[in-house]
Design a protein around this ligand. Sequence first.
Ligand code: PRX
Length: 652
Amino acid sequence: MADNEEHDAIDDLLLEQRKFAPTDSFKKQTLIAGTHLYDEANQDYEAFWARQADELVSWDTKWNRICEWELPYSKWFVGGRLNVSYNCLDRHVLAGKGDKVAFYFEGEPGDTRTITYSDLLGEVQKFSNVLKSLGVVKGDRVNIYLPMIPEAAVAMLACARIGAAHSVVFGGFSAQALADRINDAEAKVLITADGGWRRGDVFPLKQQADEAVATTPTIEHVVVVRRGNNAVTMKPGRDHWYHDLMVAADPVCVAEPMDSEQLLFLLYTSGTTGKPKGIMHTTGGYLTHVSYTHKYVFDLHPEKDIFWCTADVGWITGHSYIVYGPLANGATQVMYEGVPNFPANDRMWQIIEKYKVTIFYTAPTAIRTYMKWGTEAPGKHDLSSLRLLGSVGEPINPEAWMWYREHIGSNKCPIVDTWWQTETGGIMISPLPGATTLKPGSATFALPGIGAEVVDDAGVTVLKGGGYLTLTHPWPGMLRGIWGDAERYQETYWSRFAGRYFAGDGAKLDDEGYLWLLGRVDDVMNVSGHRISTTEVESALVSHPSVAEAAVVGANDSTTGQAIIAYVTLVTGKEVDEQVLRNHVATEIGAIAKPKTIYFTPDLPKTRSGKIMRRLLRDVAEGRNLGDTTTLADANVVLELQKRIADAPSED
Ligand code: PRX
C-alpha cells in the first residue's frame, strides 16, 4: 500500500509481542480445544459446512446440493427448505425448553421484562398474523424502525416466519435516511414506536417515521409500538397501535418452510458512493453461518451462559448475534435499550453483575470510552461471572485490548476479536477461544470454513506483510447481491482482484501468520464502529444552499476510531454557522454522521484533473507533514488550509 499512514500502522503492530494462550481452566470446559475443526474444513470446506448445517439447523426438506458457485453468486443448501423462525423458537419449545429465558430485557429507565422462548413464540405467531392481516405476503419487504426493545426481535422473526424480508433501519437515522431506504426496498409496511429512551429522554421515533412516510408511496400501513409514551399523531386507516392489533390477533401461525435461498432480509450499509447499498441475505446459508459462529466463537454453553451483545438491532451485529445466531442456538441473552452512561458511567457493569452475564460482546469504541471513564466504575461491581469477552466493528488497539482484559476480564477471560462485515453475514476472522493463542490487537486467523488471504496491489498473495484482505471462496452467510443493483455488486466486491471477494480492508500478516486488520482502504469511514461513506456526508453538506463544495475525510480519533472532518467551500456571498451545517447533516443522514469539525476554505486541494485530494486533507486533519504535492493544481490551497487549521480553536 502506498499510503505512509498505513505503513506507520504496520510498524506499530510489529512491536506487539504479548501472547496469551488459553488457560487450562478455560480449556477444560471449552467446545473446541484443538485444531480438528480447521483440519476438517481444510480437507473439504463444503462438506464441513454441510455438517454444520446438518447439526445446527432443522430442515423440513434436506438440500440436494451444498453449494452452487457461479462467480460472483453463490447458493447454499440448494433444494433445502426450512423456516428460520421455527429454528429460533418452535424447536426449542418442542424440545421442552419453553420456559428457558430468551431475553432479559433491561429498559434504560430501569424497567425490566423476562421473556421465555414460549413467550417469544407466542408473540411472534400473533405478530405474523398481524402482518398477514395487513396484507403482507411472502416476498414482500417490511421496514422496521424501532428502539432496542424485544418487539424488534418479534417483528424480525415474524417476517421470517411468513417469508417477508425485513429491512431494519437503525433508530438513530433521520427521516430522510429512512425514506430513502424504504423507497429503495419498496416496503409495504413500516413498524416503528412512539419513541424510545436515550440518556434519560424519549426520542420521538414516530415523528421521524411520519416525515419519512410522507414521501414513501409504497407504505400502506404503519404499526406503532408504545414505548416512550410520548404524544404521537396516528393517521386513521394507515397507523395502528401494536397492542391493539396483537389483542385481536389469532395466536397460531404455523411456520411455513421456505426455500433455502428465500430472501431473509435487506440491510443497508454505506459504500463509496452517496447511495447506501441494500445488502441481501438469504435463509439456509445465513442461519448456518450465524449459528456456527455464535456457537464456536463464543464457546456457547446454552444451559449455563448468559450472552450479552451490546449492538443495536439496526446493525448487522444485532441481526446475527442478538436475533438469529443466539436464538437459533437457544441461548439466554440480555437486551439493553439505552446508553452506557445512564444514570451513571457504571450501567454496563451493573447489568453484568445483575444478570450474571458470562459472555460480553462489544465494540472497541465503547471500550476506549470506558477506559476514559476510569477503572472505578467497573471496580464497583462483581464481574466474576464473565468468562469470555468479544470485540467487533473496528480494529482494536492493543492498549484497549489489554485494558479490556485486565479491568473487565480480570486477566482470565479470553478476548475474541471478530472481523466481519454486513456483507459477510457472520464472523469470518476470529480466534476460537479455547484453541487459539491470542495477541492483543490481532483478529488472529480465518475461522474453519473460511478462506482469507492478503494480496498486494497486483493481486499476488502476500505471506508476510501488508496488503488487501480478500476472501478466496464462497461461504454460507455471504451476501447474495445488492438489492436492485447487480452491476454495483460485481463492481464493488469482485472486480478489484480476479476470483476474489475484496473486503475493502487493509490487513497485515505477521511472521506467525496472524492477521492484523488495518482499517478501510476505500472512501468509507469507520466512526464508532459504524460505516459512513465520505461521499454520503459530502452530498448531505452540498445539499445545503450555502455550500458550494465539500470534501470529507476520516481522521484518526482516540475514542471513535475515526472522526468525520469536513472541508467546506461556501457559495460566494453566503455565510453559515458550523453548527447549522452539522445539524443539517444530522437531518439528512442522522446524528452519527455529523462532522466533528468543519473547516471553511475558499478552495479545496485538487489534482490537475479536478479530483479532490483526500489523502492530503487527511494529512492536514491529522497534523502530519505533507507528502508529495506535485500533482496538485495549486499547492497554495493546502498551505493556506494548514494555516487556518493551526489558527483554529481546538475542538478537544
Ligand atoms: O473495516 C472493517 C470493520 O468494519 C467493517 C464492516 O463494517 P459493518 O459492515 O458495519 O459491520 C460491522 C460489524 C461486523 C469492516 O470492513 N471491522 C469490523 N470488525 C472488525 C473491523 N476491523 C477490524 N477488526 C475487526 N474486528
